[in-house]
Design a protein. Structure first.
Length: 409
């Protein structure tokens, strides 16, 4: 005899439909962790996202690369990163003041490919938005220029402006100041200039030589949060002789899933990234038949879920493809194949990563993509639901892996 619901009894409450949100495949990006050591000009105009798209997992063909990223137990402020390949290896020992804020840190690098021991550090005051940074090679086999004795700098950074300068404390009389930059943003438009003199220049007035300057302008829609579709188009003039046009787009879409675990799961987000770069020479002094006058390449990446990433890159000289898969909770394996069109050769590469810097759990969104939910348990075992507003522009209370990474230029 089956159970019959009493008349007038309320219907059981049905769980709200949910959309699964996978964490970003690699968070935080390695270059984002050390972004305060380099000019903001080098990371703006979509450069950080394009660099990750065109390089990550696609550049270790022809050998085996291994990377280990470990945190010290009981101390989330300290981590160790070691990279090994057929060309040598290097290790980074890092301390940072805040796990989610990489602006203040100390980093010690030891490399065997080029025997070097290097100390890098940055201090940033968020209230006044002023920072100081420096890199000092403690041990180096051959010090050929002033830069090999250390580089220091000062910077000011906010959400809409970044100004800074770097210099070498032990500058030779024949060398010019090391560099400076100015980057501003107004709405969707960004523009900036960088003074980057050629090494060893003895020009009496290096600031008037246009070959020592780079300038760029870009138009972008959206944010760098994975939950926000974005689009960026940029133009850059490099040393008066090279014009670079680039395009980057980040897109999300859902994949229909079945009913799961008492909740009506209506889909899971996929991340798709597309990038294009076109570089051509505008210096009339160069011969027009030079094969290096122009360069074109296109790349695409597709993160299917929290553990699987597929990438590809196509260019006139080389093309490559990569497949990366995470084996929870610590291992990531990747396989790369590269074709050299000029030489007619093909090479293969295998990458292995061991890391515990990443939070592997899914989050959930409502069907309108406006409220993100995260489930936790209190010390007494009671379940609680944390809600975050995921609407564009309201990213402050999101989990770290889903926040925009360019809040400070």
């Amino acid at each position: 005899m089956g159970f019959k619901k009493p008349e007038g009894a309320p219907e059981p409450e049905k769980p709200d439909p949910q959309v699964l949100v996978p964490p970003v495949f690699d968070f935080p990006p390695i270059e984002a962790r050390t972004r305060m050591l380099v000019p903001a000009y080098e990371l703006m105009f979509g450069k950080l996202a394009r660099r990750s798209l065109f390089d990550d997992y696609l550049n270790h063909s022809g050998g085996i690369d291994a990377q280990i990223m470990l945190k010290q137990l009981g101390d989330s402020h300290v981590d160790l990163t070691a990279t090994m390949s057929t060309n040598g290896g290097e290790a980074h020992f890092r301390w940072q003041r805040d796990l989610d804020d990489p602006h203040t840190f100390v980093d010690l690098l030891v490399s065997t490919s080029k025997p070097t021991m290097q100390l890098s550090s940055c201090v940033y005051h968020p209230k006044y938005r002023i920072g100081a940074f420096g890199t000092v090679p403690l041990i180096m086999a051959n010090r050929a220029c002033s830069e090999d004795y250390g580089v220091m700098g000062l910077r000011y950074g906010s959400e809409n402006l970044s100004v800074g300068a770097s210099f070498v404390p032990f500058c030779l009389s024949s060398e010019v100041p090391y560099g400076a930059w100015f980057v501003g943003r107004k709405g969707n438009l960004s523009a900036g200039m960088q003074y980057k003199p050629l090494g060893g220049s003895k020009h009496p007035m290096p600031f008037t030589d246009l070959k020592n300057w780079n300038c760029a302008i870009s138009y972008g829609v959206g944010s760098t949060s994975p939950l926000s579709p974005s689009f960026t188009f940029a133009l850059e003039l490099v040393r008066r002789s090279q014009l670079v046009a680039s395009f980057y787009q980040h897109q999300i879409f859902g994949k229909v899933l079945k009913y799961r675990g008492g909740h009506d799961i209506i889909g899971t987000l996929n991340y798709i990234d597309l990038g294009l770069e076109l570089s051509t020479r505008v210096d009339k002094d160069k011969p027009t038949d030079d094969v290096d006058n122009s360069m074109f390449q296109i790349a695409a990446g597709w993160q299917l879920d929290t553990n699987l990433l597929v990438k590809g890159k196509l260019g006139p000289s080389k093309s490559s493809a990569a497949l990366a898969y995470k084996f929870p909770p610590f291992f990531t394996c990747s396989f790369t194949v590269e074709n050299d069109h000029f030489k007619g050769t093909r090479s293969y590469g295998l990458g292995i990563r061991v890391e515990d810097l990443r939070e592997p759990s899914y989050k959930t969104l409502n069907p309108e993509y406006t409220v993100l939910k995260q489930y936790e348990r209190d010390l007494d075992g009671k379940k609680r639901v944390l809600q975050f507003d995921a609407c564009p522009g309201n990213y402050d209370h999101l989990p770290p892996g889903l926040k925009p990474i360019d809040k400070v230029l």
